[in-house]
Structure formats: structure tokens, C-alpha cells
Design a binder for this molecule. Structure first.
Ligand SMILES: [Fe+2]
Ligand SMILES: [Fe+2]
Length: 191
């Protein structure tokens, strides 16, 4: 596959989400996309160094900037509200606890992927040498994320609308959108 046919920035032109579930599912589509891009990069042959560097930089950007916001949505916006509303032993609470636990393993794999992609962005001529490591880590991410995203999509996200009143759903969506707002310019401080 040629990288020139891969969208390096999927979802960038999409309209704003109308619900937390919609926003979170959009993130999941991008997580799957960038893991797939990593798998493609690991098996790429005969592509230019510029294409390798572009793909590595796009993967690095997504997993270093966007994934932490998605985890923030789940760890800081969803999880505390589920804990506060659900009795001990409830299915959704147990799934939410598993979700937070799985984020730790995901972050370890992500750190490995980021290190590889940073190296390939700087020195794309090392792709053949690093491809086995990239193959290993993206294969592991595909497996770990496969189970993780499935748990969230089948147990946690569908329950939100039943667990919380509309005003709490709106509050969660606002919190998630705020998380993505660029920090306000510091220029006003320099007067
Ligand atoms: Fe998650
Ligand atoms: Fe998620």
C-alpha cells in the first residue's frame, strides 16, 4: 500500500459530536486507523523516506496528543461518575474498573510505539532495521486495543444514556470538548 493513499489526519473535518458516545466512538475509529497505519508502515517496502517520515510523524502525533485526551475522557470524565452512581459489583462499574486498569498496559505499549515512530521520523532510512520491532508492538496494540475498545463499546458507552440524566450527559460532553480546546493564548499576559 502506498502511504500517499492513506489519510494521515482522518476525522479532522468532521462536525462536532452531539453526545459523549459519539465523540468517544469517533476517537475509537481514529485509534483503529492509526494502529492500522502502524501495521502498514511495519510491512512497507519500496516507499520513499519522506513517506515513511510522514507516516511515522502522523502516528506519533496521534498517540502522543490525541490518545491522552481520549484516556482523560474515560478516566476523568466517565470513570468518577460511574463510580459515584453504581453499586459495588455492578457490571458497568466492573467494566469501568477494567477499562482504567487496561489503560496502564496500553500506555506502556504506546510508549514503545512513540519511541519507534520518533526514530523513524528522524531517520526513516532505518525502517528495514526497525520493522520487526514496529511489527511486534503494533500487533500487540491491535490485540490489546481490540479487547479494550470492544469492552467500552459494548458495555460502558451504551449504558451512559441510561445511567445519567440529560444534564449530566451534557456536562460530560462539555468537559470532553473543553479538554480539546487549545490553551488560551498567553499574549494577554504580556501587556
Ligand atoms: Fe479506553
Ligand atoms: Fe476508549
Amino acid at each position: 500500500m502506498r502511504f500517499s493513499r492513506i489519510d494521515l489526519n482522518p476525522g479532522s473535518g468532521e462536525p462536532a459530536a452531539n453526545s459523549p458516545q459519539e465523540l468517544l466512538l469517533g476517537c475509537h475509529a481514529r485509534i483503529r486507523h492509526y494502529i492500522q497505519l502502524g501495521r502498514t508502515l511495519a510491512s512497507a517496502r519500496g516507499v520513499s523516506e519522506a513517506e515513511v517520515a510522514d507516516a511515522a510523524a502522523a502516528i506519533f502525533r496521534y498517540f502522543s496528543l490525541a490518545l491522552p485526551m481520549h484516556e482523560g475522557d474515560e478516566n476523568e470524565t466517565l470513570y468518577p461518575r460511574i463510580c459515584a452512581s453504581q453499586p459495588e459489583g455492578s457490571l458497568v462499574l466492573e467494566a469501568a474498573e477494567t477499562m482504567v486498569e487496561q489503560h496502564r498496559a496500553i500506555n506502556e505499549l504506546t510508549a514503545e510505539l512513540l519511541a519507534l515512530c520518533a526514530t523513524l521520523d528522524r531517520t526513516p532510512n532505518r525502517l528495514a532495521q526497525l520493522a520487526p520491532n514496529l511489527d511486534h508492538v503494533t500487533r500487540a496494540m491491535e490485540q490489546v486495543f481490540g479487547a479494550h475498545l470492544h469492552l467500552e463499546e459494548t458495555v460502558i458507552f451504551p449504558a451512559l444514556a441510561d445511567l445519567f440524566p440529560p444534564e449530566v450527559i451534557t456536562e460530560m460532553l462539555n468537559e470532553m470538548n473543553d479538554r480539546r480546546r487549545p490553551p488560551r493564548s498567553g499574549l494577554h499576559l504580556v501587556q
